[in-house]
Write a protein that binds this ligand. Structure first.
Ligand code: TXE
Length: 488
């Protein structure tokens, strides 16, 4: 089996293979082909030719939608196999992987429906002999670069709208978790995607990602990943003035007022941050609690965190899997060490598990830190791991100030029984998504994305389609008369 798909053919690539590792036990799942510079050139050329020569971009949008719907049907058919692979690759539980495949199916269906929904608009310019219309056209060749935490899901948020709009694509998944992206491309092939419209190249950032973002024949880059990589991509795109959409993670506040039901507050505080071991861009990593509830909530969240069952994602009893890699665990350990050195109080975790069955994998116990302050790295930077910090506030103004005291602006939540206050706080928070008395839900029809350093652009919803479209104004003067602007 070969893993690169370029110009409608599967190919081995020119840079050998790299092992994909199961984070549960550090065993090799399998070796995957790696792209070299020639493959990157080939993939961009294929996407360019397929875009410029058509027929994809001029195919009726309803037919593009039909292809997306066939992909959704194939996802349902292969759900178990894909979810199993996602768990082997990322370490997340099978339950989470199944939810991911369901969500991906819903995203393909959503954009299948939206593909032909906007037929442009006619603008009344006040001159009956002028027909003025605004049409939407695809941007061109889109490079889609995805991260390792939600490999399949993040790809669907980019690929489904890009294809619905009539673009051609070069996919560059994370080198850490590329397996399900390859499976998805196989489904696209089976669904009948035309040659060159979808291409996938595997490899690391410097070898494969960077040349794609600099390539003069690429019109757009959509990226989800870390802040520093996102900044590098924005810089790299400047020379050729590409359209760039980036989602760069978050440092998300979960604000709990004292009038919240205690058990709900505990339950959702845990889910907000420890889902997928905290490796979620919207993880509620900063629990911000009103004074009256603070001590009790810290104690109970700590007690419950200590009981979270770590294990193999394929095992039904497992509640939380490992971190994605040894390097990422080392980074998490550094965050905890520096917080403790700065005076934070360890309430739970702060160590690797002792269970002998978990020693080969990249496990780290869910960790709760209290008595933290704003200058600590663990408060300022995205940890992307199972670390919950707890801060306290006295009143609404202070809660808002703390919730906005971050360079990021992706997501946050407010918990209260007072709905007036809930909506005041939701309005005041500078985050792209705000949940009231909930955490984590999203739907394909509602936009997702960041303010401030969490990024620009939006995925999902109608805006998620517009990101992949140009708006062209066509002015038709049906009865031109001499203008005589220049007298001579
Ligand atoms: O991500 P990178 P990393 C955050 C999280 C994590 C940190 C680093 O805090 O700890 O980022 O993770 C490709 N040009 N998020 O280093 O490097 C790379 O190959 C083009 C938040 O794993 O950003 C991969 O496909 N591409 C996040 C993708 O970028 C380049 C999800 C993401 O990798 C490149 C993941 C380059 N110069 C991490 N360098 C979120 N927003 O949810 C790398 N890549």
């Amino acid at each position: 089996m070969v893993d690169l798909f370029i110009d409608g053919a599967w190919t081995a690539g020119s840079s050998g293979t790299a092992d994909v590792v199961n984070p549960f036990d550090a065993t090799v799942v399998r070796a995957v082909d790696q792209a070299g510079p020639a493959d990157v050139e080939h993939a961009v050329a294929a996407a360019r030719t397929a875009f410029d020569g058509g027929p994809w971009r001029t195919t009726p949008a309803s037919e593009r939608g039909a292809l997306l719907r066939r992909v959704a049907d194939l996802l349902i058919r292969d759900k178990e196999a894909i979810a199993h692979t996602e768990t082997l690759d990322t370490g997340k539980t099978l339950v989470e992987s199944r939810v991911d495949v369901d969500d991906v199916t819903a995203v393909f269906r959503y954009y299948a429906d939206l593909a032909g929904a906007d037929a442009g608009r006619v603008v009344d310019v006040g001159q009956p002999h002028v027909l003025s219309r605004v049409v939407r056209e695809p941007v061109g060749v889109c490079v889609l670069i995805t991260p390792w935490n939600y490999p399949l899901l993040q790809l669907s948020w980019k690929l489904a709208p890009a294809l619905a709009a009539g673009n051609t694509c070069v996919i560059k998944p994370s080198e850490v978790t590329p397996l399900t992206s390859v499976l998805l491309v196989r489904l696209l092939e089976e669904a009948g995607v035309p040659r060159g419209v979808v291409n996938i190249v595997l490899g690391d950032g410097p070898t494969v990602g960077a040349p794609l973002t600099e390539h003069p024949d690429v019109d757009m880059v959509s990226f989800t990943g870390g802040l520093t990589t996102g900044q590098a991509i924005i810089r790299a795109s400047a020379a050729t003035v590409k359209r760039v959409a980036v989602e760069l993670g978050g440092k998300n506040p979960n604000i709990v007022f004292a009038d919240t039901d205690f058990d709900l507050a505990v339950d959702y505080a845990l889910t907000a941050v420890f889902l997928h071991s905290g490796q979620v861009c919207s993880a509620g990593a900063r629990l911000i609690v009103q004074d009256e509830m603070h001590d009790d909530l810290v104690a109970e969240v700590g007690r419950r965190a200590d009981r979270i069952r770590l294990g193999n994602g394929l095992d039904d009893a497992t509640e939380s899997g490992p971190l994605v890699s040894a390097a990422h665990r080392t980074k998490i350990e550094g965050f905890v060490a520096s917080a403790l050195a700065g005076g934070a109080r360890l309430v739970a975790g702060g160590r690797r598990p002792e269970d002998p069955d978990l020693q080969r994998g990249y496990f780290y116990r869910p960790t709760v830190l209290a008595d933290v302050h704003r200058d600590m790295r663990v408060i300022r930077e995205e940890t992307f791991g199972p670390i919950l910090t707890v801060e306290r506030f006295a009143d609404e103004d202070q809660a808002i100030a703390l919730g906005n005291d971050t360079g990021y602006g992706l997501a946050g939540a407010v918990w209260t029984a007072d709905m007036g206050r809930a909506h005041r706080v939701a309005s005041a928070l500078r985050h792209g998504t705000v949940w009231i008395n909930d955490y984590h839900p999203y739907v394909p029809a509602a936009e997702w994305g960041g303010m401030k350093r969490s990024g620009n652009g939006r995925e999902l919803g109608p805006t998620g389609l517009a990101e992949y479209q140009e708006h062209k104004h066509v002015w038709h003067n049906t009865a031109p008369k001499p203008m005589r602007w220049f007298a001579g």
